[in-house]
Design a binder for this molecule. Structure first.
Ligand code: URA
Length: 240
C-alpha cells in the first residue's frame, strides 16, 4: 500500500496532510526516513514512526476503556465530559464509536471500535451478549427482590420480560447481576421495578471480557483473544 494511504487509514489526516508529513521527512520505517511519495510497503504488522512516535498499523481498532463517572458516551456532551476526550485524536479521526452506551454516572468497562461489524455483533438485540454489573442500592436487597430480578420484570414501554442471571448479593446493599439485553437504563429500571433504587452502577464484564485492574480513565487496545472474549465466543473469562 502507498505510505500516504497507510497514514490516512490510521487517522493521520487528509491525503494532502499525509503527503506533507512524508515530504517533510516526518515518517520513518526501521529508522529510515521515507520521503518518497511513491513509496509502497505491506501494511501488515507494519511498525513506523511519525515525528519520532512509534505506531503499529491496525486495520481496525478495538478499545477497552474504564469509564469514569461524569463522562457521557456522546461526541457532543452537554453537561459532562465526553468519553471521546479520553482517547487520542488519531482514534477519533478513524471514527471510533462506543459499543452500546453507559449512563454518565455509570463506571466501568466500555468498548469502542471503528469496526462496524464488531459493533453490530456486540449490540445486535438477537446476540444477547451478557453484561455483568455491580450495583449499590439504596435499600437492603431482599430475597424477594433477587427472585423477582431472576424471574424477570416488565419495563414500561418495552416489550417482553427482562430477567437477570447470576444475581448474587455481595453485601446488604450491593449485588452483582448479568443482563442479556441492553435497553435504556435497564439495570436502574429493573431495580426500580423490584422496589429498590440504584445508587452506583459499575460494569465489570462484557461477554467474557473482564475489566480487571484497568485504571479509571485509561484504555487499552484489545488483542485477538480479548476480542473473542468480548464476543462471548469461548468458555473462559479473560481479564484485562
Ligand atoms: N443499565 C443502566 O441503568 N445504566 C447503564 O449505564 C447501563 C445499564
Amino acid at each position: 500500500m502507498l505510505l500516504e494511504k497507510i497514514l490516512q487509514s490510521q487517522g493521520f489526516g487528509s491525503r494532502k496532510y499525509c503527503q506533507q508529513l512524508i515530504k517533510n521527512g516526518a515518517v520513518t520505517i526501521e529508522d529510515q526516513v521515507i520521503d518518497d511519495l511513491k513509496f509502497k510497503i505491506s501494511e501488515q504488522q507494519l511498525n513506523f514512526k511519525v515525528d519520532g512516535k512509534a505506531y503499529l498499523y491496525r486495520e481496525h481498532v478495538y478499545l477497552a476503556l474504564n469509564k469514569p463517572k461524569n463522562y457521557e458516551c456522546s461526541h457532543q456532551a452537554t453537561h459532562h465530559f465526553s468519553v471521546f476526550d479520553l482517547v487520542d485524536d488519531l482514534l477519533l479521526n478513524r471514527g471510533v464509536q462506543c459499543i452500546g452506551r453507559l449512563d454518565q454516572d455509570t463506571t466501568g468497562l466500555l468498548l469502542l471500535t471503528d469496526d462496524g461489524k464488531f459493533l453490530q455483533a456486540l449490540t445486535h438485540p438477537k446476540k444477547h451478549v451478557p453484561k455483568v454489573y455491580i450495583v449499590k442500592t439504596a435499600d437492603e436487597i431482599s430475597v424477594e427482590q433477587i427472585e423477582k430480578l431472576t424471574s424477570g420484570v416488565e419495563l414500561r414501554n418495552e416489550k417482553g420480560i427482562f430477567a437477570a442471571t447470576d444475581v448474587q448479593k455481595i453485601s446488604e446493599n450491593k449485588l452483582s447481576l448479568t443482563i442479556h439485553q441492553g435497553v435504556y437504563h435497564q439495570v436502574k429500571r429493573m431495580l426500580a421495578a423490584v422496589g429498590n433504587k440504584v445508587i452506583t452502577l459499575h460494569r465489570q464484564q462484557v461477554g467474557l471480557l473482564d475489566l480487571g485492574q484497568l485504571a479509571q480513565g485509561e484504555f487499552i487496545f484489545l488483542d485477538e483473544q480479548q476480542i473473542r472474549a468480548a464476543k462471548n465466543l469461548d468458555e473462559l473469562i479473560v481479564t484485562l
